[in-house]
Design a protein around this ligand. Structure first.
Ligand code: KE4
Length: 431
């Protein structure tokens, strides 16, 4: 296999490392766990990205989820340009925010009211504070391997970049900020019951990724989400679905619509910003009315409901409502995931895969992956070999075993065919 020319990315990375911690503005972008040089991306169009050395890749990161219609979709770019021409931000209420809020309320079953913010982290941090303010309780229950952004009380046994870098947790988080965070294994309802039994009178919320994307893709076992719903109801606990990844990806109403379990609060991000910075949290009216200025739970943001991000979000949700979108995403997601597993099996490479809709992960392990402990049994060196082999051939997967691969409507059948052909070569090399 010819070595890619990545000399411009190398030069940029050397300069970046002197100016930006680790040379990147988000840890997973440094390619640390796959042991290679991070690509500096110059542009993206449809299913493809091009780096600073002119190498073109079919992109399965899709900016970690936002780009469900691929890069630089003309309708979304046009909406952003039009909004920019009438002002980029006012720090005041706008009609477009009302439109987007109405679209989210109409789409997501749990959401009766919604607050727009600027990132998924901000959405989750705010939802946790709201659950604590509403219940006047302190404890929160989260699941090992789930990642909910980098707010202090949630950096406990988190997934995504924390898992990628093998960090136990994060430095700089004083114990008293995670002392009220209880972490239990994903899909283990008995562990949840035991935790609630210990703290039932002081548990504000249970927060869960209804389909996990941050330990790699892990699906909820039959009855798991339903049992969480029941436990929350029985104990006056707020059930929060973190749908920053799954929201508007697994269905127009998110995982909660697809899987039929309705939380009390939902956090969102990524897709609702159409590729611009956007987060949101919403849910039951009686809870949301606790948010300032209508209630005592404070949360604020200079660029919350930013006109450009809102314009991109509105256009994205309009396009998602069009017929056939989710059917094609399902077909493309399934074909990629099953094709990779078949290619690995034919080459005698041991893998297990999880896929739902347009998100999937291939794990280099000999057993099913149903929680963080089983995900961590994956051979990350073999994942790195897969990642680098595919990158050299022009296919850009997540630079971490503990992330998801995403397909968009822009991914063509030819993209999938060429991806699977390259995978066959890579797996043959890995045997
Ligand atoms: P942001 O603050 O990164 O917008 O969202 C945090 C977040 C919250 N909840 C879930 C379920 C998430 O997956 C995320 C962020 N996802 C990661 C990738 N899995 C972002 C990529 C990165 O950290 O660079």
């Amino acid at each position: 296999m010819k070595q890619l020319d990545i000399s411009n990315s190398k030069i940029l990375f050397e300069k970046a490392e002197k100016l930006i911690p680790g040379g990147v503005n988000s840890p997973v972008r440094a390619f640390k766990s796959v042991g290679s040089q991070p690509a500096f991306i110059k542009e993206g169009h449809g299913s493809r990205i091009v780096d600073e050395d002119g190498n073109s890749y079919v992109d399965y990161v899709c900016s970690w989820g936002p780009l469900i219609f691929g890069h630089a979709h003309p309708r979304i770019v046009t909406a952003i340009k039009a909004a920019a021409e009438t002002g980029t931000t006012f720090g005041a209420a706008t009609a477009a925010e009302v439109t987007l809020a109405e679209m989210i309320v109409d789409a997501v079953p749990s959401v009766e009211m919604v607050r727009l913010v600027s990132s998924g982290t901000e959405a989750v941090m705010s939802a946790i504070r709201l659950a604590r303010g509403f219940t006047r309780r302190d404890k929160i229950i989260k699941f090992e391997g789930c990642y909910h952004g980098h707010s202090d009380s949630l950096l406990a046994k988190a997934g995504s970049g924390i898992a990628t870098l093998g960090m136990p947790d994060s430095a700089g988080v004083p114990p008293n900020l995670t002392i009220d965070t209880i972490t239990v294994p994903y899909n283990n309802i008995e562990a949840v019951r035991a935790a609630v039994a210990l703290h039932s009178k002081n548990t504000a919320c249970i927060i869960v990724e209804p389909v996990a994307g941050n330990m790699g893709v892990v699906l909820p076992k039959q009855g798991f989400l339903e049992a969480l719903r029941q436990i929350a109801d029985d104990n006056g606990i707020v059930l929060i679905f973190d749908e920053v990844i799954t929201g508007f990806r697994l269905a127009y109403g998110g995982a909660q619509e697809r899987l039929g379990v309705i939380p009390d609060l939902t956090t969102m991000g990524k897709i609702i910003g159409g590729g611009l910075p956007m987060g949101a949290y919403g849910g039951r009216k009686d809870i949301m009315e606790f948010v300032a200025p209508s209630g005592p739970v404070y949360q604020a943001g200079t660029l919350s409901g930013n006109p450009l991000a809102v314009a991109a979000g509105i256009e994205t949700l309009k396009m998602l409502k069009e017929p056939g979108v989710y059917e094609q995403l399902e077909e493309k997601g399934k074909r990629l995931a099953l094709g990779l597993l078949d290619a690995a099996a034919s080459a005698g490479v041991q893998t297990h895969g999880n896929q739902i809709g347009s998100m999937s992960t291939i794990f280099f392990t000999s057993s099913d992956v149903t929680d963080y402990a089983s995900a961590k049994k994956s051979n990350t060196s073999r994942y790195a070999a897969f990642f680098n082999g595919m990158l050299e051939r022009g296919f850009y997967f997540a630079p971490s075993q503990f992330e998801a691969a995403f397909v968009s409507t822009a991914h063509s059948a030819d993209d999938t065919d060429s991806t699977l052909a390259a995978a066959k070569e890579v797996f043959a090399e890995m045997k």
